[in-house]
Unconditional design. Structure first.
Lengths: 251, 405
């Protein structure tokens, strides 16, 4: 069952992409717009990942260590973006930040326009990958023995010293997995970015948007070259994800 | 032959407090704690002398873990004070108290090597690198783990991890060491070996320590003194000998080792158990004629003989029939039924065997447990059905609180 559904489509990406020889593959890949699209995807995904890992770490720590009113509601809210269709997410961002949006209307007179920029892509990426790092880090914190942190406190450490020396090192594996997961998801994001970026080639066109645009223009080789890069890239991340926790958690 | 009577509590603790006064390391005064509506600790008071090992012994739910966490500063009491070397630390957070806690699973930092674990306290205190290195070397040799210094906790055995945990707290010269059921996760052999090792180590470094455990054998072997905790209050504090030989309450008597408890009445000539009067000297400052009491005696304090003549050092309790003989390794355990029932139709209006929770039948029908050493059982072998004379070489009388109140 895996063959026609998953493996064959993937294989045809590679077969098609290289069917006209490595030279034309290389030419398609090094086209300025293609290089730009790949770079833009990497940079916007990077910043979304940095933000979401830091936020996820903070939120996971607070929600797993402290009990307060509305805690469960907060957990649900943080996890909500997983359930929202990406097109809806992009549309929602437009309604907030767009020139006629709730917030955009107030910012526009000051010359600040978030939409149709690289910043908009970062915002969209943050939105759709919001719960991923949190979701990986929190269960690890939940199962971590409280006596480690209590031991650290009785030895004389402040809360911050305990977090830095004791809690954080035990989260290394979870942080790396969470980051890779967020990054992989952000690099491939299409539904929300096509709405908020404006899809301007060489300015706000990410790699998935580039594939879509080139395909529409009938330039199959150009689309295919980037598709191969993205596919290889996700293989790489996936294998790192698979082994990273073992490497990091081994003493 | 003389009954070992429990001494008057107030007098004893007063005089011992005076003796220890100059060197008290830790005192706990009137600690109270409740979780929601249930009271976990009620007015707990005790102290630990410099270099002393105190064991808090209690069943689960007795509040012993909560007591330990209050001393460590991991839990706040509703009332009472915690004093470490004369300083009131009740309102200080755990990190400013300077106590050492050995957690049940040791709580070694998994991502730090043995060295790093041990030096953690000194690194937090920003001590010079040279001093830290010397301290770590000294502690590693103290706990004999020099060759394991670069290893991580997961590569060590349970006993080794425990020694690292102790060294980690000794590094910053703790006010007191608190051990939370430290041997719970180990097998019996290792446990016995480790507690001897740790006792020797503690006596060497002379740091006062509080252990909590539910294992009475552990408490007897480990403690200089034992405090028996029962649902939030201290039943008795004393040396292992005092606690074992002179239990002040029935709970202590039955929690520490096996004990036979029989309802009895104090008479001028001795102790009346059912139809028989066992000759004994009564401490009239504690008991009055006709007072219902409990006669408590250990299985090893019973002397069985087939002849009618009791040994000179024992008081004759009654006659009985051997019901069961079982071999339990180093000694022999017998179950003996007293010949008390049926004959108890004398003049007493109040049935001395009557307890609110048990019927007279179940009290008198209950066989007593006797243990005999190999020598004793070889000298006079017994089998089920043998009729014997039961004598006590030692016993304790406790006021029957159910009837006095």
């Amino acid at each position: 069952m895996m063959m026609p559904l998953v493996l064959l489509p993937l294989a045809s990406v590679f077969i098609f992409g290289t069917s006209k020889g490595l030279h034309s593959f290389w030419v398609a890949l090094t086209a300025p717009e293609a290089v730009f699209a790949l770079k833009l995807s990497m940079v916007t995904s990077f910043w979304a990942t940095v933000f979401n890992v830091l936020f996820g770490l903070f939120a996971a720590y607070v929600l797993s260590r402290y009990n307060f009113w509305g805690r469960n509601a907060l957990i649900v809210t943080i996890s909500l973006p997983t359930a929202i269709p990406t097109a809806v997410a992009g549309f929602a961002l437009l309604l907030l930040w767009g020139p006629y949006g709730t917030l955009g209307r107030l910012l526009a007179p000051h010359g600040i326009n978030m939409m149709f920029t690289a910043g908009a892509i970062v915002l969209a990426n943050i939105f759709v990958t919001f719960p991923l790092a949190f979701g990986v880090i929190k269960p690890v914190l939940d199962t971590m023995s409280r006596s480690l942190e209590e031991a650290s406190a009785t030895i004389g450490a402040s809360r911050w010293q305990t977090f830095w020396h004791v809690t954080l090192p035990s989260l290394r594996g979870a942080i790396v997995s969470g980051a890779l997961l967020t990054f992989a998801r952000a690099v491939g994001e299409f539904g929300s970015t096509i709405l908020v970026s404006g899809n301007l080639a060489g300015r706000t066109q990410t790699a998935p948007l580039y594939i879509f645009a080139k395909f529409n223009e009938g330039q199959i080789e150009a689309a295919n070259a980037i598709a191969i890069v993205l596919a290889l890239f996700s293989f790489l991340i996936f294998s790192v994800l698979f082994f990273a926790r073992d490497w990091l958690d081994v003493e | 032959m003389r009954a070992k009577e429990a001494r008057i509590i107030d007098e004893q603790s007063d005089s011992s407090a005076k003796e220890r006064a100059p060197q008290i390391a830790t005192s706990v005064l009137g600690i109270r704690k409740r979780f929601g509506k249930t009271s976990v600790l009620e007015n707990i008071t005790f102290d630990v002398a410099e270099g002393e090992i105190l064991v808090l012994l209690g069943a689960s739910g007795s509040g012993k873990t909560t007591m330990l966490r209050i001393i460590a500063g991991l839990e706040r009491p509703e009332g009472g004070r915690v004093i470490l070397h004369g300083k009131d630390v009740t309102d200080l957070p755990a990190r400013e108290r300077g106590v050492g806690v050995i957690f049940q699973a040791y709580a070694l930092f998994p991502k730090m090597s043995v060295e790093k674990n041990i030096s953690y306290g000194l690194r937090l205190r920003k001590r010079p690198r040279k001093e830290i290195r010397e301290a770590v070397n000294r502690l590693l040799s103290l706990v004999q783990l020099e060759e394991h210094r670069k290893k991580y906790p997961s590569q060590l055995s349970g006993g080794q991890q425990q020694r690292v945990a102790i060294a980690r707290t000794l590094a910053y010269t703790p006010e007191v060491l608190l051990f939370d059921e430290p041997f719970g996760a180990l097998d019996t052999q290792t446990r016995v070996h480790l507690r001897r090792e740790i006792r020797a180590l503690l006596k060497k470094v002379r740091v006062p320590a509080i252990f909590i455990t539910h294992d009475q054998e552990e408490a007897l072997e480990l403690g200089d003194r034992i405090a028996v905790l029962n649902i939030g209050h201290i039943e008795q504090i004393g040396t292992p000998q005092e606690i074992y030989n002179w239990p002040e309450t029935e709970y202590v008597a039955t929690f520490l080792g096996a004990a036979n408890v029989l309802p009895a009445v104090v008479r001028s000539g001795g102790v009346e158990v059912g139809p028989t009067l066992m000759p004994a000297q009564i401490d009239w400052s504690r008991f009055r004629e006709g007072q219902p009491v409990k006669l408590v005696f250990r299985p090893e304090d019973v002397n069985l003989s087939k002849s009618d003549l009791p040994p000179s050092n024992a008081a004759q309790l009654s006659k009985g029939t051997v019901e069961q003989v079982s071999f339990v390794g180093s000694y022999e355990r017998l179950s003996v039924r007293l010949e008390l029932s049926g004959t108890n139709c004398g003049g007493t209006s109040e049935d001395p065997f009557y307890l609110t929770t048990e019927t007279p039948e179940s009290q008198t029908a209950k066989p007593i447990v006797v243990t005999r050493t190999k020598t004793a059982s070889h000298g006079a072998p017994m089998k089920p059905g043998d009729r014997v004379v039961i004598c006590l070489t030692s016993f304790t009388l406790l006021p029957d609180s159910a009837k006095n109140s």
